[in-house]
Each structure stands twice: as structure tokens, then as C-alpha cells.
Design a binder for this molecule. Structure first.
Ligand SMILES: [Zn+2]
Length: 199
């Protein structure tokens, strides 16, 4: 039997995605020999919810009111890429082929789970596209059922706005979560996006 504090830590760590009790135990044993790491980790984790907020424009994670991408004056403000989460922003940024802005939904529409347009900030997205004079909207969502529902909803609502709408498509298998797509496939999907509206 493990001492109580160790047992509690194992149980807590085991709640993290991808970690079962075995991996949690291994991490705990490792941490026992690293007091400095324990201190740094605990400080960072404690600060996390207070230091991070959503960028007021694109809803990406940021320490300031506006994220570093929205603040960067060299970015092309006429292109807006709609992604599900900050991991997608990170993955697309790593490709170094995209210079536009983003909009992070954080969720996908899911009528079953009661997740609607409000949770995704869609009214604000449509407002932004109108007032910021966006020329192209790229829909870069996972080709899953909820990803497709969300993409259709967005497309439907952009019908009366004179903006080009494209969607990343080629090479990504149906049902696959975008965050697990390898960089080369993601690059091809972004470069070879299909036009859904406009020229
Ligand atoms: Zn931003």
C-alpha cells in the first residue's frame, strides 16, 4: 500500500487524458527523485487557470487581451482560418506556410450534447468576418460527424456575406481528429483546399 499522499497524487494524475494508473504511478516514482521539478510543476499548474485567457479577437489562448498572432502586424488580416482548438493553431503555425489569422471554436456543434453556436462563439465569428472585411475563410475542422455539422452551419451562415469560403480536405481520412494528422498531410490539405463559396 502506498502512503496516502502518493496514493492521492496517483489517483489525480490518472485522471489526465492518456494516463492510466500504471503511467501515473511511474510518473509519481520519477517525481520522488526530482524535488525541483515538483516545485516548478506545482507553481506552473497553480498559475495556469489565472494566467491564461482567451484572446478577445480569435479566442486562442493568450496571456494578454490579444494573442501574439492577432497582435502581429505582418499577418494577413484578409484570411481567417477556423479551427477547433489551440492545438490546431499550433500545428498549422509549425508548418510555416500560413500567414493569416485564426478563429478558435474550442468545441464542435453537437446537438446531442447540447453544444450550440453560442458555445463556439459563432455569432462573434460572423460579425468579425463582416466588419473586418475578411476575403477568405478557411474551414479547418476534423472530418468527423460533428466537424461536418459545424462546417455546414458556418457555410450556411456565410451565404449572404461576399467572402470566399474554402475547406481543407484532401488526404485526411473521414472520422479522424485533426490533431493527430501528420504535418505533411496537414500541409497538403491546407494547400489543396477546396472552394465551397466564391472564386
Ligand atoms: Zn488572437
Amino acid at each position: 500500500m502506498y502512503p496516502l499522499i502518493l496514493k492521492k497524487l496517483i489517483q489525480t494524475l490518472a485522471q489526465l487524458p492518456g494516463l492510466g494508473e500504471k503511467s501515473a504511478t511511474r510518473i509519481c516514482m520519477f517525481l520522488l527523485s526530482k524535488p525541483e521539478l515538483c516545485e516548478t510543476l506545482s507553481e506552473l499548474i497553480k498559475e495556469l487557470p489565472f494566467k491564461l485567457k482567451l484572446c478577445k479577437l480569435c479566442r486562442n489562448l493568450s496571456e494578454d487581451e490579444f494573442c501574439f498572432i492577432c497582435k502581429d502586424s505582418s499577418r494577413n488580416r484578409e484570411i481567417l482560418c477556423i479551427v477547433e482548438n489551440p492545438i490546431s493553431v499550433f500545428n498549422i503555425e509549425s508548418l510555416k506556410i500560413y500567414n493569416g489569422l485564426y478563429f478558435v471554436l474550442h468545441y464542435l456543434l453537437s446537438p446531442k450534447e447540447g453544444i450550440g453556436p453560442k458555445e463556439l462563439g459563432l455569432d462573434f465569428l460572423f460579425y468579425l468576418i463582416k466588419v473586418k472585411d475578411v476575403k477568405e475563410v478557411i474551414i479547418a475542422l476534423s472530418p468527423t460527424v460533428n466537424g461536418e455539422i459545424t462546417a455546414s452551419y458556418i457555410l450556411e451562415n456565410l451565404k449572404n456575406i461576399p467572402v470566399k469560403v474554402t475547406k481543407i480536405a484532401c488526404g485526411i481520412p473521414m472520422g479522424m481528429d485533426l490533431q493527430f494528422v501528420d504535418p505533411l498531410t496537414l500541409k497538403k490539405a491546407l494547400q489543396g483546399r477546396e472552394i465551397l463559396q466564391g472564386k
